[in-house]
Ligand binder design. Structure first.
Ligand code: ATP
Ligand code: MG
Length: 562
C-alpha cells in the first residue's frame, strides 16, 4: 500500500460523505465505528466507475481506522459466475486494496434472508401475491395515481406462511406467485407500494447450485446484507436515493440489530466511454473487442493490460471527485493521470516504429560501441543501461525531412543532430529508390561527441532516437486510441452504439527495439523516448514480442478535434 500512501489518498479525501462521517464520529454514533463495503454483482468485470466506488469505500475505511468489506451481491443467478467473482477480487487487489478477512457473499445469507421474510409475514408485514406481472404493474398505479390493493393483500398470516414455504419447496411455477412487503399502496413513492421481495426462479446459482428456487429482490436483500455485516455507512450511487425509504423500512421492520445509513453520491460518468455492463458484455460477446481485458475497454482489467498503474487510477478517482450532482468527467483527465504517474516512474528506452536506415560512413564495419543510457532522468535510483551503437542504424522517418524549413531541428541534408546518448551526426547524402522515395541516409559522426556531448561548445538543437540495426529486436506494437469516436456513446437510445465505435481504435505496426527492451525483466510500463508509454502485452513471448501503447505523450485526440 506504500504507493497509495505516497499519493496521499487520505489528504485528498474530503467530501460531503467524509463530513457526514466526521459528524457521526463526533456524536459517537455506532460507538465511533466505520464499516463500509463494496458490493459488486458478479455479472461482469469491474470498470473505472467501480474503481471509484472501491477507492471511496476503502479509503474512507482507511481514513477513519475502520474496515471495508468486499461483498459479492449475488442474488441474480442467471447472470452471475465464479469467473466474474474471481476477476472482481483480482481487480480490487490489483488496485491496492485489502479486505483482509472480510469477503462475503450475499448467497451465504439466503437462509437468513428467508428467515427475515418469515418474520415480516409473521408480523403481518408481508404477503404472498398471485397477480400476474401485468396485473402487478397495473395495480401499482402511477406517479399521478395511487395504487390499488392486491386482492391477495389480506391473506392470513398462516396462509402466507404456508404459501411462502410452498414457494420455497417448488410447488409453484416461475412467476406464478411472489412475496410482497405490505407497506402502503397509496404511498407517493411508488417503490413503497408493496414491493416484491421474493420471486420464484428456477435458475442454477454458481454457489448455491439448485438449492433455491426463490431468490430475494435487491431492495429487500441489500439493506439486510448491510445490517447483517454491521455496515455503518452504506455508500451507493444516486439512483438509489429514491430507494432509501424502502432500505430503512426493511431495517426497521425486521429484527436485524444494526442500522446502516445509506448515503448516495453521483456515479462517475466519463466522456467518450460506455460503462453499462450489459453493453460491455455485448462488445465482448460480439468480438468487437478481444475480451473484457482488451486494452481499449474501460474495465480495470483492460486498463491494467493497457499499462495503466493502480496509482494513476486511484489518483484519477480522487481528482474526479465525489459529489451529489450529475456531471461528466472528461476522459482526458484519466489520460492525464496516467501520463503524470508514468512520467515519474517509467523507465525510458529507445524504439523506432517508422524506420529509416542510416549508415555512418566514417564508422568501421563491425565495430560496436557500448553506450550508457539513463533509465529515468526523473529518478536517479532507476540506474543506467547499455546501448550498442554500430555502423547501421534506424531512425524514425519523421525525424528526416527533405528541403526542411529553418525551424526543423532534426535531420536534413547538410544538417547535424544529436543521437540520444550517442554522437552528433551530420547527413551528407540522401539515397532514394526508383520511385523517388528516401530509403537511406549516409551520415558522418563526430568522434569527439561521444555520449551526445558537444565537443567544442558547438550546439545542436535536435536530439533524436535510434537503434542499431543488428542489435535491434523486432516487435509488434499495438497503437490504441479511444474505443469510441463520440463524446457520449450509448446514451442516445435512437443511436446504435456500434455506429459510435472509433474505426481507428487499433493500429498494429512493427517496431525495432533497443536490446534492453526485449529483455524479460521489462514488466512495467515504459516510455519509448519521444513517443509515448508502452507496456508488454500479456501474450508477448521471447519469440514474438508485443507491446501495447498505454498513452501517447501528447493529447492527440484534443488536436484532432480542433
Ligand atoms: P449494473 O448496471 O449491472 O447494475 P452496476 O454498475 O450498478 O451494474 P454493481 O456491481 O451493482 O454494478 O456495482 C457495484 C458498486 O459499484 C455499486 O455500489 C455501485 O453503486 C458502484 N458503481 C457502479 N457504477 C459506478 C459508477 N459509474 N461510478 C461510481 N460507482 C459505481
Ligand atoms: Mg447495480
Amino acid at each position: 500500500m506504500n504507493d497509495l500512501e505516497n499519493n496521499n489518498v487520505e489528504n485528498g479525501l474530503n467530501n460531503f460523505i467524509t463530513e457526514i462521517i466526521d459528524n457521526d464520529i463526533a456524536n459517537n454514533k455506532n460507538n465511533g465505528a466505520v464499516i463500509t463495503r463494496f458490493p459488486p454483482e458478479p455479472n461482469g468485470y469491474l470498470h473505472i466507475g467501480h474503481a471509484q466506488a472501491i477507492w471511496l469505500n476503502f479509503s474512507i475505511a482507511k481514513k477513519f481506522g475502520g474496515k471495508c468489506h468486499l461483498r459479492m451481491d449475488d442474488t441474480n443467478p442467471e447472470k452471475e459466475s465464479i469467473e466474474y467473482a474471481n476477476a472482481i477480487q483480482e481487480d480490487v487487489k490489483w488496485l491496492g486494496w485489502d479486505w483482509n478477512d472480510d469477503l462475503y457473499f450475499a448467497s451465504d445469507y439466503y437462509q437468513q434472508l428467508y428467515n427475515y421474510a418469515i418474520e415480516l409475514i409473521s408480523s403481518g408485514k408481508a404477503y404472498v401475491c398471485d397477480l400476474s406481472p401485468d396485473e402487478f404493474r397495473e395495480y401499482k398505479g402511477t406517479l399521478k395515481e395511487p395504487g390499488r390493493p392486491s386482492p391477495f393483500r389480506n391473506r392470513s398470516v398462516e396462509e402466507n406462511l404456508t404459501l411462502f414455504e410452498e414457494m420455497k419447496n417448488g410447488k409453484y411455477a416461475d412467476g406464478e406467485k411472489c412475496l410482497r412487503a405490505k407497506i402502503d399502496m397509496e404511498h407517493p413513492n411508488i417503490l413503497m407500494r408493496d414491493p416484491a421481495i421474493y420471486r420464484i426462479r428456477r435458475a442454477h446459482h454458481y454457489r448455491t447450485l439448485d438449492k433455491w428456487c426463490i431468490y430475494p429482490i435487491y431492495d429487500f436483500a441489500h439493506p439486510l446484507e448491510d445490517a447483517i455485516e454491521n455496515i455503518t455507512h452504506s455508500i451507493c450511487t444516486l439512483e438509489f436515493e429514491v430507494h432509501r425509504p424502502l432500505y430503512n423500512w426493511f431495517v426497521e421492520n425486521t429484527s436485524v440489530k444494526a442500522t446502516p445509513q445509506q448515503i448516495e453520491f453521483s456515479r462517475l460518468d466519463l466522456s467518450g466511454t460506455m460503462m453499462s455492463k450489459r453493453k460491455l458484455l455485448q462488445l465482448v460477446e460480439e468480438g468487437v473487442v478481444a475480451g473484457w481485458d482488451d486494452p481499449r475497454m474501460p474495465t480495470v482489467s483492460g486498463l491494467r493490460r493497457r499499462g495503466y498503474t493502480p496509482e494513476a487510477i486511484n489518483n484519477f478517482c480522487e481528482k474526479a471527485g465525489i459529489t451529489k450532482f450529475k456531471g461528466i468527467i472528461d476522459l482526458s483527465l484519466l489520460e492525464h493521470c496516467v501520463r503524470e504517474d508514468l512520467n515519474k516512474h517509467a523507465s525510458r528506452y529507445l524504439a523506432v516504429m517508422n524506420p529509416l536506415k542510416v549508415t555512418i560512413s566514417n564508422w568501421e564495419e563491425g565495430r560496436v560501441d557500448i553506450l550508457e543510457g539513463v533509465n529515468n532522468p526523473e529518478d536517479e535510483t532507476a540506474g543506467t543501461r547499455e546501448i550498442p551503437f554500430s555502423k547501421h542504424l534506424y531512425i524514425d522517418r519523421n525525424d528526416f525531412m527533405e528541403n526542411a524549413p529553418k525551424k526543423f531541428f532534426r535531420l536534413s541534408e547538410g544538417r547535424e543532430v544529436r543521437l540520444r546518448y550517442a554522437y552528433y551526426i551530420t547527413c551528407d547524402e540522401v539515397i532514394k529508390d526508383e520511385n523517388g522515395e528516401v530509403i537511406e541516409l549516409i551520415c558522418s559522426y563526430d568522434p569527439e561527441s561521444r555520449g551526445g556531448k558537444s565537443p567544442d561548445g558547438r550546439r545542436v538543437k535536435g536530439t533524436i532516437h535510434w537503434v542499431s540495426v543488428e542489435h535491434a529486436a523486432k516487435a509488434e506494437v499495438r497503437l490504441y486510441d479511444r474505443l469510441f469516436a463520440t463524446e457520449r456513446p450509448g446514451t442516445d437510445d435512437a443511436v446504435d452504439f456500434h455506429s459510435e465505435l472509433n474505426s481507428e481504435s487499433l493500429t498494429v505496426v512493427d517496431a525495432y527495439l533497443e536490446p534492453a527492451l526485449a529483455n524479460s525483466d521489462v514488466t512495467k510500463t515504459v516510455q519509448f523516448e519521444r513517443q509515448g508509454y508502452f507496456c508488454k502485452d500479456k501474450d508477448s513471448t521471447a519469440e514474438k514480442i508485443i507491446f501495447n501503447r498505454t498513452a501517447s505523450l501528447r493529447d492527440s485526440w484534443a488536436k484532432k478535434k480542433k
